[in-house]
Design a protein around this ligand. Structure first.
Ligand SMILES: NC(=O)c1ccc[n+]([C@@H]2O[C@H](COP(=O)([O-])OP(=O)(O)OC[C@H]3O[C@@H](n4cnc5c(N)ncnc54)[C@H](OP(=O)(O)O)[C@@H]3O)[C@@H](O)[C@H]2O)c1
Length: 344
């Protein structure tokens, strides 16, 4: 007997990708239920070669559901995740609502799988922010060898990170530029078509944005609280795939060749690093793929033990849906969850 899985936010960018990945990876599910808001009631979403009719999250009874993959935003998660967890259904949440709660593990399976045992306090597990997920996949194997002291991260984040409305806005503005229609900005604070915007999420008191703070707080929670992190997060007119330029300062020596060898063997990482035209990965090529790609590995001679790397991944997959499903697979592989129907 397999598990009963609910995907909450099934009509969204991440939810649709979750349904694709559950099917692609043959997750041991007997039943998959698609949930969203009342706006989407009875619309259809694809799951493998089937279609599922969307049900309303508000009226759904989770008492016979084993895992809820939640990607319906922070406010919905704050309201519903504790109620769902209290019905004995483990919530794997994609929003930032629970990530910094000491009683909620924040997990990237390649990085801190052992932290998952803490999930039973609230029956909630948090998935990191998309930029942090790919970042820590690339940093962990290097940190294990030469201990990272400090990182400077600059992100180049695609519009799909802002949901389906973000993708629509880039499409509509691009079209409007070509046909000389007026440009409307609703989702982003400035025009995104043929532009870049150094502002993601809200401003904090110290002048950083919440997105930049998330990279800092989540890297510390998952990898090592001693690592110093500074970040500039930028939205770019790319549909799918986040890129990051990362400057790393280690405690001990880490040559570019050593880093290449370590990352070639590391789980979830794929090194594409040829010093020639096109010998690196761009976000366009990462879309639809599972790997975290690392390119442009080179030493930074301006500090002792410095390295620069370029990290690219599909934000809807490793940055969200894939990571959430890997967490569900970890629960199953470690025997931390029993199918309710089997147990009954
Ligand atoms: N996109 C990324 O790269 C990424 C990465 C990591 C984490 N996340 C997080 O994942 C979550 C979803 O992101 P997304 O990009 O998929 O957003 P999205 O494309 O805007 O989709 C939002 C989903 O939430 C549903 N929803 C909204 N309000 C609801 C309510 N009151 N009750 C039930 N369902 C409701 C929507 O259903 P309707 O269609 O019925 O409105 C839709 O299915 C967010 O918390 C986001 O921060 C996203």
């Amino acid at each position: 007997m397999g598990y009963k899985i609910a995907v909450a936010g099934a009509t969204g960018n991440v939810g649709r990708e979750m349904l694709n990945i559950l099917s692609e990876r043959g997750f041991p599910a007997d039943e998959v239920v698609a949930l969203a808001s009342s706006r989407s009631l009875n619309t259809e979403v694809s799951f493998g070669d089937k279609t599922l009719k969307v049900k309303n999250l508000e009226n759904y009874d989770f008492s016979d559901t084993d895992i809820c993959l939640m990607s319906a935003g922070g406010a919905v998660s704050l309201k519903w995740s504790p109620k769902i967890g209290a019905q004995g259904c483990v919530v794997i949440d994609n929003s930032s609502a629970w990530r910094y709660d000491a009683d909620v593990p924040l997990i990237v399976p390649e990085v801190n799988p052992d932290a998952i045992t803490g999930f039973s306090k609230r029956n909630i597990i948090a998935n990191p922010n998309c930029s942090t997920a790919q970042l820590v996949v690339a940093l962990k194997p290097l940190h294990d060898v030469a201990r990272i002291k400090r990182i400077v991260v600059s992100t180049y984040q695609s519009v799909s990170g802002a949901g389906k409305d973000g993708m629509d806005e880039l499409f509509n503005q691009t079209r409007a530029v070509f046909v000389a229609d007026p440009i409307e900005s609703k989702k982003f604070t400035k025009r995104i078509a043929f532009n870049v915007i150094p502002h993601i999420d809200v401003f904090m008191e110290d002048g950083y944005t919440k997105e930049e703070w998330k990279v800092l707080a989540e890297t510390k929670k998952m990898l090592d609280p001693k690592i110093k992190v500074t970040c500039t997060a930028v939205r770019v007119p790319v549909f799918i795939g986040h890129s990051e330029s990362v400057n790393i300062e280690f405690e001990s020596e880490m040559t570019a060749e050593q880093a290449r060898e370590i990352l070639r063997e590391a789980p979830g990482c794929l090194v594409i690093d040829k010093h020639e035209n096109g010998g690196y990965v761009t976000p366009y090529e990462s879309a639809g793929e599972d790997a975290t790609y690392i390119s442009r590995i080179r030493e930074d001679a301006t500090v002792e033990h410095g390295l620069n790397i370029w990290v690219v991944s599909d934000n809807l997959r490793k940055g969200a849906a894939l990571n959430a499903i890997q967490i569900a697979e970890l629960l199953v592989a470690r025997g931390l969850i029993k199918a309710k129907k089997q147990a009954a």
